[in-house]
Ligand binder design. Structure first.
Ligand code: 6PG
Length: 472
């Protein structure tokens, strides 16, 4: 009866592809969905003839699992996850493992882990990245939960994950919410990467207006170098696709209103709460919000004027090169910020996150997979306590080398009235971080002036507070 290595509840796109992946690696999997017709359709369709138990009730589902039982939930984040857990609890035993593989809020995972621990059940919050194809062929997996629970899950997850240089893109991230937090940070970084690519496109479009074919070529070329990544690759492909109805490039017909499901906002919100600058991802979230108020923008465009259009007189190839460098430098900055956030969260929750592991498992399977993650892995391998990725000798050299082109790209955008919040906020972070002196002396004076908030002096020991009698 109890023959299955693992079970999965929720046969939507990700769930269905994950179980097919598990089955293809030799595991026997129980599947269950609240709507029985979904299980029946899977039984007749993609699951037909394969090593599954198609459970029609939750009791049958749990009954089909080997002990200690491993039951993975793949339903919409939020209340539906709690509802499934509630139904599972009376059917499970101490030592069993319940896994939530969705994009859940890490604090929900912490709460659920705590509640289930009291019943002796291990609860795992597992980030799974890679979309439909990744789920089927090998995603990047970010599990968070107890060491004992991990021992029971590791043989399955390390076998279904993507593999880079012989190593699976799956490591135990840490206890309770660590896996879901790392997945959330991954999504934030994904937002940043996507926004930066869009800004590169916008700068070039405004300055030299390449055709879709030319854009496809530019991104194909970029994908051969330092920027080699999944997102650059799909961007080059996007420019080659035509609308069957009109024959025009499909990208030119897509409405410029971006959607979002919330993980980017969570990332930025928590960074702000911890006092960590996360300007690139913050810009990306805001850019999506601004894009979504299309009607207001259309109206505003008739009232608020940008600079007069000027014909491009420079060297096209040089501008493309400058934008490429700006994209790379901004991307490095965004990852630097993201890793600082992970460090702060690790300290806050005592997670003891391993940044080498994190960068390493993002090298394959996930949406942000990229060649340069090898360099980030190396940077943290060399120095696990690295304060900021920009200080690693390899990345410092890249930033110092590319910064003049970075400024050229941002200047081109500013001159043409093109918003590049990602590029410019990254540059501002770089310029702030590398400045021994900032104008905060004046800010402190202002605070002391209106609120007697006091200040420290450059010529006195640190920590000593002064107040100036501004009104006399
Ligand atoms: C992944 C993706 C996936 C999804 C995000 C972002 O890693 O496979 O990150 O989880 O793309 O939820 O979605 P939105 O852009 O809709 O917020």
């Amino acid at each position: 009866m109890s023959t299955c290595d693992i079970g999965l509840i929720g046969l939507a796109v990700m769930g269905e592809n994950l179980v097919l992946n598990m089955e293809s690696r030799g595991f026997r999997v129980a599947v269950y969905n609240r709507t029985t017709s979904v299980v029946e359709a899977f039984e007749k369709g993609r699951g037909n003839g394969k090593n599954f138990v198609f459970a029609k009730s939750l009791a049958d589902f749990v009954g089909a699992l080997k002990r200690p039982r491993r039951a993975q939930i793949m339903v919409k984040a939020g209340a539906p996850v709690d509802a499934v857990i509630e139904q599972l609890i009376p059917l499970m035993e101490p030592g069993d493992v319940i896994i939530d593989g969705g994009n859940s809020l890490w604090t929900d995972t912490q709460r659920r882990e705590k509640a289930l621990k009291e019943k002796g059940i291990h609860f795992f919050g597992v980030g799974v990245s890679g979309g439909e194809e990744g789920a089927l062929k090998g995603p990047s997996i970010m599990p968070g939960g107890s060491k004992e629970g991990w021992e029971s899950l590791a043989p399955i997850y390390t076998k279904i994950a993507a593999v880079v240089d012989g190593s699976p893109c799956c490591r135990h991230m840490g206890p309770d919410g660590a896996g879901h937090y790392v997945k959330m940070a991954h999504n934030g970084i994904e937002y940043g990467d996507m926004q930066l690519i869009c800004e590169a496109y916008a700068i070039l479009k405004a300055a030299i207006n390449p055709t879709a074919e030319e854009f496809a070529q530019i991104f194909t070329d970029w994908n051969k170098g330092e920027l080699d990544s999944f997102l650059i690759e799909i961007t080059s492909k996007i420019f080659t696709r035509k609308d069957p109805e009109t024959g025009k490039p499909i990208v030119d017909l897509i409405l410029d209103k971006a959607g979002q499901k919330g993980t980017g906002k969570w990332t930025v919100g928590h960074a702000v709460e911890m006092g960590v600058p996360l300007s690139v991802i913050g810009s990306a979230v805001e850019a999506r919000i601004l894009s979504s108020i299309k009607e207001q923008r259309v109206f505003a465009s008739s009232i608020l004027k940008g600079p007069a259009a000027k014909p491009f007189t420079g060297d096209r190839a040089k501008l493309i090169e400058a934008v490429r460098d700006a994209l790379y430098a901004s991307k490095i900055t965004s990852y630097a910020q993201g890793m600082v956030q992970l460090g702060a969260a690790s300290e806050l929750y005592n997670w003891n996150l391993n940044f080498e592991d994190i960068a390493s498992i993002w090298r394959g399977g996930c949406i942000i997979r990229a060649r340069f993650l090898n360099r980030i892995t190396e940077a943290y391998k060399k120095d696990p306590t690295l304060k900021n990725l920009m200080l690693d000798p390899f990345f410092a050299e890249v930033l110092n080398r590319t910064q003049s082109n970075w400024r050229i790209a941002v200047t081109s955008a500013v001159e043409n009235g093109v918003a590049v919040p990602g590029f410019s906020s990254a540059l501002a972070y770089f310029d702030s971080y590398r400045s021994a002196n900032l104008p905060a002396n004046l800010l402190q004076a202002q605070r002391d002036f209106f609120g007697a908030h006091t200040y420290e002096r450059t010529d006195k020991p640190a920590g000593e507070k002064f107040h100036y009698d501004w009104l006399s």
